[in-house]
Design a protein around this ligand. Structure first.
Ligand code: ZN
Ligand code: ZN
Ligand code: ZN
Length: 331
């Protein structure tokens, strides 16, 4: 039997989805099916290449026993409410649908469940501005890195307060990790997401991403503080927005450009394995120079130095690279 036939249920409105899940028993069913699911079970591995035959589903009696809910009639009613959208009934029992997995994962990732934190800790990484040790801190689902000596990369207009970065990071990411491991995992997790945005695919819902830039007209960053107009050190900010799920990524063009394949090739020729989703991207972004070559049509030049050479990428207003030149530095 082709299980896809069973998936062709009518679309669920957000109101109905919330109504279905806003019940303790139904929620416990989703959670129990997730707990009983073993991703290493051969029956589940087969699923990726073949249509699933449902022989690894949880039987009604096992599910009923695990959830431990009063009478079977009522339990069946709640299970039925979930079926088709969050739970799929197979020939042998019940299993989660993709939507069911998404709900379970959101809960497991800790967005709803807990509020762990780590105390500020110095790690073995150095500030791109002054080479002093980096300090990491975790609060409210965000990991921030700051410099133990200077105001870092992002300051307020007074130049007093600053950080190297603050990124969202799910609490589960802290499990079994030292502060230093959590720091690197946060960078990899978020820069991989940013790379997906740059590729034009929303990392949250796979929809199309709309890219735009904000160029500060009268950009004057101070030695210690950001520019009084835009509060940034960098002149050109890129915004990536998904209009389907409203997921957003914003950041300096000097970082985004480091995801370009010509940049990886340039570094590679200099004996450096450039990984975009790493802390080195932040350090290297500090060496990138941005320049507006022409206003109309807009042409932006980004120059990346390495050894005795520099790589210049010329971008148009759609942020497409229209020219790449390599030259000896100082020429
Ligand atoms: Zn510093
Ligand atoms: Zn500015
Ligand atoms: Zn999206």
């Amino acid at each position: 039997m082709n299980h896809r036939d069973r998936d062709e249920s009518s679309p669920l409105s957000p109101n109905d989805a919330f109504a279905i899940l806003a019940n303790e028993t139904r929620f416990a069913i989703v959670q129990t099916l997730w707990e009983l699911y073993d991703p290493n079970d051969p029956a589940n591995v087969v699923k990726f290449s073949e249509l699933y035959d449902g022989d690894n589903a949880v039987t009604f009696s096992e599910l009923y026993e695990r959830v431990g809910y009063g009478d079977t009639g009522n339990f069946s009613y709640h299970l039925e409410q979930l079926t088709d959208h969050f739970v799929r009934q197979t020939d042998t029992g019940y299993e989660l649908t993709e939507a069911g997995f998404e709900i379970a994962r959101a809960v497991v990732a800790g967005t709803v469940r807990e509020r762990p934190r780590i105390d500020a800790a110095e790690i073995d990484a150095t500030c791109p501005r002054c080479d002093a040790p980096v300090v990491v801190d975790y609060e409210d689902h965000h990991l921030s890195a700051s410099c133990s000596q200077c105001p870092g990369i992002w300051q307020d207009s007074t130049g007093e307060d600053g950080v190297l970065f603050t990124f969202p990071f799910p609490p589960t990411g802290l499990s079994d990790r030292t502060p230093e491991d959590a720091f690197h995992a946060t960078l990899a997790f978020n820069l991989n997401r940013i790379q997906s945005f740059i590729t034009g695919i929303c990392p949250d819902c796979s929809s199309e991403v709309v890219e735009s830039i904000d160029v500060c007209e009268t950009h004057e960053p101070g030695d210690r503080g950001g520019c009084p107009r835009c509060n940034r050190q960098h002149r050109i900010e890129v915004a990536e927005v998904c209009h389907q799920c409203k997921s957003v990524a914003r950041g300096p063009l000097t970082i985004a450009i480091l995801a370009h394949p010509a940049v990886a090739a340039f570094y590679h020729d200099h004996g450096i394995e450039h990984q975009f989703a790493s802390w080195e991207t932040f350090r290297r972004a500090q060496t990138v120079e941005e320049e507006i070559l022409e206003e109309d049509p807009l042409r932006i030049a980004l120059t990346i130095p390495c050894g005795d050479e520099e790589l210049q990428l010329c971008l148009d207003d759609a942020l497409d690279v229209v020219d790449v030149t390599r030259s000896t530095r100082g020429c």
